[in-house]
Design a protein around this ligand. Structure first.
Ligand code: 13P
Ligand code: SF4
Length: 323
């Protein structure tokens, strides 16, 4: 009788979205990563956009940017591997100064984080004296350091409202800012940054999807343009969308966000018809089982933040988390 390998049980979880022919390569990498995690006393934090073999097979903690930031603070291991993009690894490091935080590929960036510099914030501060600056978490630590408070897609409304002022600067995502302005009535000054994944969705595409798939429930990320959000049944962070699916169990759903997230939701809810228009985030896709394994083998690439930046950047994140 053949004994089952631990990875065979993992395959049962993801067989719905990973073809059997691809599995043996993944299984070897997964077994190596599970052993390395024990050896290094490491945990893997994975964003909802990671591919299913990472998200469902090696990650210890998964979630949206807000959950990953919160969970990073509770981690008891010596090493955190951040399976996500660079700003997420920086956030984990800011909240865990004593731990080693590794990012498997230093080039895993973000079009929003790349759209704005600390000098831009200083210019805005000079132009709008006294107006609080809220930075979206999708920014570098150096940009956060120039701001008053951070927000994520999961709490942007709460953060803006908590300031209790009629005008705020919320940057760098123009669409998130316009979506929050529509919800809150606060006058929001923003920037022209866009997410290269979400800006591609259009309202016409949503109407076509509804025509093609009767009964479709449409969930949108607030980084989508406002006319797309207006066509959706619900808009929220990646965790907000997953929770919506869990609470409402719609027979047929589309998630207007990065493609791997739809695969991960399909694994969790195999009975739901998840319609999958695919917009890939090339930065998130830089993270693979192979480079997670190398990160743990070589203890690379460690995230280091200049203390002069880390102190004010941490203050902005902690102010958000305290809400
Ligand atoms: P969430 O915080 O909703 O997970 O979003 C992160 C992100 O990068 C969306 O594109
Ligand atoms: Fe940045 Fe968009 Fe990729 Fe999210 S999906 S990491 S916002 S480029």
């Amino acid at each position: 009788m053949d004994a089952l390998a631990p990875t065979d049980l993992l395959y049962e979880r993801v067989r719905h979205v990973i073809p059997a022919i691809e599995w043996p390569v993944f299984a070897d990498e997964i077994a190596a990563i599970l052993a390395l995690k024990r050896q290094r006393n490491a945990v893997i934090l994975a964003h909802n956009y990671q591919t299913p073999e990472i998200f469902h097979c090696v990650a210890d903690i998964v979630g949206d940017s807000l959950a990953l930031a919160r969970e990073a603070m509770r981690v008891d291991a010596d090493v955190i591997v951040l399976a996500g993009v660079h700003f997420m690894a920086e956030t984990a490091k800011l909240l865990n100064q004593a731990k080693t935080v590794l990012i498997p590929d230093t080039q895993a960036g973000c079009s929003l984080a790349a759209s704005i510099t600390p000098a831009d914030l200083r210019l805005l501060r000079a132009r709008y004296p006294g107006v609080p600056i809220v930075t979206y978490v999708n920014t570098s630590a150096a940009v956060k350091a120039e701001s008053d408070i951070c927000c994520t897609s999961g709490n942007a409304r709460r953060v803006v409202e908590s300031l209790g002022v009629p005008r705020v600067i919320l940057l760098p995502d123009e669409y998130l800012a316009r979506n929050i302005a529509a919800e809150t009535g606060v006058n929001i000054i923003t920037w022209t940054g866009h997410c290269e994944v979400h800006e591609r969705f259009t309202a016409a595409e949503v109407r076509q999807l509804r025509a093609d798939y009767p009964g479709l429930i449409v969930l949108a990320h607030p980084e989508c343009p406002p006319d797309v959000v207006a066509e959706a049944d619900y808009a929220g962070s990646t965790a907000g969308m997953t929770d919506y699916v869990g609470r409402h169990l719609p027979p047929r759903v589309v998630l207007l966000t990065e493609c791997s997230m739809s695969d991960n939701v399909a694994v969790q809810y195999p009975a739901i018809d998840v319609v999958r228009p695919c917009n890939l985030c090339p930065h998130m896709k830089r993270i693979t089982l192979a480079n997670i394994r190398s990160a743990l083998e070589e203890m690379q690439h460690e995230v280091i933040i200049d203390p002069a930046i880390a102190t004010p950047a941490r203050r902005a994140i902690e102010r958000m988390l305290a809400l």
